[in-house]
Design a protein around this ligand. Sequence first.
Ligand SMILES: [Zn+2]
Length: 506
Amino acid sequence: MGQVLEKVLADVVARWFRLRGDRVRFQIGTDEHGVKIQRKAQQEGLTPQQLVDRNVPNFIALYDRLSITYDAPFIRTTDRKRHWPTVRALWRKLQDAGMLEKRTYTGLYCQGCERFMTKRDLVDGKCPDHHAAPEEVSEENWFFLMQKESGWLKKLLTKEKGGYHIVPQSRAHETLSLIEQGLEDVSFSRPKSSLQWGIPVPGDEGQTMYVWCDALTNYLSGLGYFTDHEEKEWWDKPAEVTHVIGKDIARFHALIWPAMLKTAGVRTPDRLLIHGFLTCDGQKMSKTIGNVVEPEEVLAKFGGNPDPLRFYLSHEIPVGNDGDFSWKRIEELYDAVLRNKLGNLLNRVLTLIKKEGGDIIDIRNFSVDGDLYWKPSDEWYQGEGNYWKLYADAFNDFELHNALGIAVNLMVIGNGRMNDHKPWTLSGTEKLTMLSVFAEHLRHIALMLLPFTPNTAYRISKQLNVPYAEKMLAREFVITKEMKQWGGQKDWKKVGEPEILFKPLL
Ligand SMILES: [Zn+2]
């Protein structure tokens, strides 16, 4: 579930960028090397390659079921054609720049983390994540001389323009304090006897690359960097390069990665979006406690529809915070918000309009200048500022839960207006006008839901029969100014067939 949180977060952001008109390259992949995989394969009587070839397609299938709109290629670090050449070229660049040095190193190694730890990383002599004392290991390693880059990194992370910005702010402070405490050089390889399952060091085949130069480089290898099939412009000339990453490996993205790029003469990224961990009912998910939630179970609960889970993660967990998964809470949200607030409102409005013949009336005259929401007569709702602006502002600050909160708030308002104004008690043009206002309200809600719950947004728009409905799920779809305007769909004349949006849970 932890990685589902990450992929959904990244997907919501990528979708929003596309919807506001940006060209987006959204890249994901799997880190498939390391001692843990090697050991796991041994236990199962497989080669490491067989193990990852068996498991990775399951991840890819899961991302598809979650409607994660990543761009091909899906980067696998075991891909010798696509990934390795960039990695080996980058290694040589670091070496040519004099930033790699071979040393005998004695250090504390945590098997669980698959990395050397410093005394500072430990709590009571143990790894805080694995609650085990690391073993003392002495071996020859190639080192990346990161210490040299401390001053430069501090500047990069604090620079207003052209810097590397960490979201949320609290994590930025954490990273800077790491620099203040003094950075150490980083082990970049291990002898083959300790680590076989990885990329051999160019020119020193007795050494295997350690995770940093291998896995971090996926961002470049996906673009064919340093090969004859480069698509460099995505990295070199975009408005923004954003990494979305969990808090456990965030500091390697914040420190090692930009230092590597700088050494190789490659542009550094612009933003690092760090997400927290997911607990279950307030407890760390663990096989021992037996509270591990599998994403497949959650999908199955909602008939394979990914939207309730996407909605839950976006609604409940502000970006950067740790979150909690609770079956009770997801069912509650499904019933209270998706079914009762959204599904019912849509169904009531469509059923009433159908009874009147299905026509949508031009309600532009009932809008207030600059206001998005309705004011057909004085006793009607006066509007609460420009919702689309608030929505975009929340997104631009990566406050995704607040952007979604605006859509939810509009559902609450819609239901309230329905009960207050009882359109079914009216007749003739007055009735149709009021119902058209509700339909227009729902059209806006659906558009706002599009990055979060794309399938639901599409189904609402299709039932409403808005002219752009069929194009909404295409990657090229952009939310235009007209779409954000009150009554902006002049060709929208009739509604479609009402259908139940969310079925009751069994
Ligand atoms: Zn550990």
